[in-house]
Design a protein around this ligand. Structure first.
Ligand code: UDP
Ligand code: MG
Length: 162
């Protein structure tokens, strides 16, 4: 059925979202989760961990030539990170919209960084920037068994499928 196909397509897109050590220490875990949850996205994996420096370097490998790379990796590995996978139609692109611009000085009010952060080096949250990075980051942070596939009762209300 077309409706089933639509629902499956909506379920298939996944993105990696992490609350960085500053977001955790500032008590913003629930606030950040709630923005994704209220939008209608579905949480399919979550854990808290302190990544090693080596792990942080793997996560940010694309940025290894940038001057802030070392400090960024030191920071990511300096304390607990809440790692998550969120699922839903358009979640990669819209997740980035919910997060806001990299520099909180340029993030719009209403976005997570716009409302809750001030400095680019302490912008509280990470989100995958495309489908390839989402796939790679999910595989780096989670094993397949940690990803929980399920149907949410709200989906038929969120996607208008009966
Ligand atoms: N960053 C920084 N200084 C900069 C640019 C980026 O400290 O001039 C940090 C910032 O915390 C950012 C992270 O590096 O979130 C990764 O950079 P990217 O360009 O991938 O931004 P994002 O995808 O997180 O918006
Ligand atoms: Mg990025």
């Amino acid at each position: 059925m077309l409706q089933d196909q639509q629902l499956q397509a909506a379920e298939l897109e996944r993105t990696f979202i992490a609350i960085k050590p500053d977001g955790v220490q500032r008590g913003l875990i629930a606030e950040i989760i709630s923005r994704f949850e209220k939008k209608g996205f579905k949480l399919v994996a979550i854990k808290i961990m302190i990544p090693s420096k080596d792990f942080a370097q793997k996560h940010y490998h694309d940025l290894k030539e940038r001057p802030f790379f070392n400090g960024l990796c030191d920071f990511l590995s300096s304390g607990p990170v809440v790692a998550m996978v969120w699922e839903g139609e358009g979640v990669i692109k819209y997740g980035r919209k919910l997060i806001g611009a990299t520099d909180p000085q340029k993030s719009e009010p209403g976005t997570i960084r716009g409302d809750l952060a001030v400095g680019v080096g302490r912008n509280i949250i990470h989100g995958s920037d495309g489908s390839e990075t989402a796939k790679d980051e999910i595989a780096l942070w989670f094993t397949p068994r940690e990803l929980v596939s399920y149907t949410s009762n709200a989906e038929k209300w969120i996607y208008g499928i009966n």
